[in-house]
Design a protein around this ligand. Structure first.
Ligand SMILES: [Zn+2]
Length: 84
């Protein structure tokens, strides 16, 4: 018997340049991550991807993950030094 579920997997831990987060006020590098949603068996084994790759950035302080969409560079807009 298979136990099937849906789980979001994240990978990557590359640090990017400093940004200032709108939500918590943290100013510093964020962790760049990629994530994909998979159908899993036994909760841990990914078998079928059901979403595209999502690009996310994780705040190092509050661990909030922001979606970094290529067509909507939210993160670049909050980079320190680019704000007027
Ligand atoms: Zn934060």
């Amino acid at each position: 018997m298979l136990i099937i579920g849906i789980r979001l997997f994240f990978w990557g831990s590359q640090l990017s340049q400093a940004v200032r987060w709108a939500k918590c006020g943290y100013a510093g590098p964020f962790t760049q991550k990629k994530g994909m949603r998979f159908i899993t068996v036994f909760f841990v084994i990914p078998v079928i991807p059901i979403s595209g790759v999502m690009h996310l950035a994780e705040c190092q302080r509050c661990k909030t993950r922001y979606q970094a969409n290529a067509s909507q560079p939210v993160l670049q807009e909050t980079q320190i030094g680019r704000q007027s």
